[in-house]
Design a protein around this ligand. Sequence first.
Ligand code: B16
Ligand code: MG
Length: 218
Amino acid sequence: YPQLFIFDLDGVITDTAEQHYIAWKEMAQEIGIEIDRKFNESLKGVSRGDSLEKILNLNKDLHLSEEEKAELMKKKNDAYRKLIMSIEPEDIYPGIGELLEKLKDDDIKIALGSASKNAPFIIKQLQIEHYFDYVVDPETVENGKPAPDIFQKAADELGVAYDKCVGIEDAIAGVTAINEAGMLSIGVGDKIHLKHADYVVEDTAELKFETIINRFEN
Ligand code: B16
Ligand code: MG
């Protein structure tokens, strides 16, 4: 039986994956780079700095100083913060509230394993802070997703063995991180993108506790 569920935030609990995309797209355009949704799949779950590097790699002729890179990241984050300013409890994806409640009722621990430095702000706005036994600060781990560090940190802090953990992710890099951590991986989204997950649902409304438990036992 699982003892800990670790949730990704952007794209699993709420739709902020879309706001990240809009903000990156705007920033990229300013330096003459076009990104599309397909490319964006490779940014999901990836830290701010690593995302910028992936975008800059699209134009090898661009050579920016560390200062210029910091400026671009600030621009992206300011735009993103504007887009998420008015986020509210109604923006929680279907089924997530029920799943959190069910986990609490069953005394299963809950952690947040987001790569985002904005995560504490968002769960506060969504009024779901109190569900989380632990929120990983991505700045305290050495390697971001697809490395397993964020997920393992949550389990270590709560004293739970990795094979007693379930991770839920919408990102290719995130599912890889959960697998590398030795946990059961649940993907939310496209079955082809997330084919490396142990189990995939297309929509959070399908994230039923009983179904996940069944996967865990099999
Ligand atoms: P920030 P997650 C990730 O959050 C996002 O998927 C990714 O697009 C973003 O670049 C990253 O957080 C860093 O976010 O710039 O807010 O620190 O999916 O791991 O919850
Ligand atoms: Mg995500």
